[in-house]
Design a protein around this ligand. Structure first.
Ligand SMILES: [Zn+2]
Length: 218
């Protein structure tokens, strides 16, 4: 069912928004714009922006500043497939990004059609993140006990090696959640104010969350 729609999907870490983005992409034949993977892809490129991103994110282990992200977005915006919708995962994550998209999307004949917030409690986030592993090649997030067994060493999706992130301790997880919440709360308020925010209970099963999201899409 091809739909040329533009969707924002937000949520705390562990909310499963990435999985929902992939399911939406499949169902409606839309492309995914996922900030994390875009940054990782850019970091591999031997360009000025690529080197800056690699240094800030991979070498310093920080988050992309707005200055850098803007350069990345400017580079990526021309690469969208005109005939397909987009699921935005990981952007907009701050007010500057909202302004950026609001200015640039109309230039490519787009506008945000749906804004979903997949909500889970802090306890649930911590619980989910402490049982997760990641694969090296594609950074697939995998849940121990669900996607793979504790002793498994290969990603069930792409076959590359899996590992547990060193910063996935409860304290560090909580710190990241706080940081994200702080960053995201003005964005949530903004879309609430515009009457566009659709809150989804993320503590249901993956299929139930998806069913609810799809139910809103006309
Ligand atoms: Zn993988």
């Amino acid at each position: 069912m091809k739909k040329n729609i533009n969707i924002i999907i937000m949520g705390p870490q562990g909310s499963g928004k990435g999985t929902q983005a992939r399911m939406l992409a499949e169902k409606f034949e839309v492309q995914i714009f996922e900030t994390g993977s875009v940054l990782r892809e850019i970091a591999k490129q031997d360009t000025e922006v690529g080197k800056i991103v690699d240094n800030e994110i991979n070498k310093k282990g920080g988050y992309a500043s707005w200055d850098i992200l803007k350069k990345v977005l400017n580079q990526k915006i021309g690469e969208f497939d005109k005939n397909k919708g987009i699921v935005f995962d990981g952007t907009p994550r701050r007010m500057e990004e909202i302004k950026y998209w609001e200015n640039t999307l109309p230039t490519i004949n787009r506008t945000f059609d749906y804004v979903f917030y997949v909500d889970i409690s802090e306890e649930e986030s911590v619980k989910r993140l402490s049982v997760r592993k990641q694969c090296r090649e594609n950074k697939h997030l995998l849940i121990v006990g669900k996607d793979l067994k504790e002793k498994d060493t290969k990603c069930p999706i792409c076959g590359s090696e899996v590992f547990r992130r060193e910063d996935d301790t409860p304290e560090k997880i909580l710190k990241r959640l706080e940081w994200n919440k702080e960053l995201l709360s003005p964005v949530i308020k903004y879309y609430e104010g515009k009457n566009m925010l659709i809150k989804i209970d993320g503590e249901q099963s993956v299929e139930e969350v998806f069913g609810e999201i799809v139910g809103y899409i006309k």
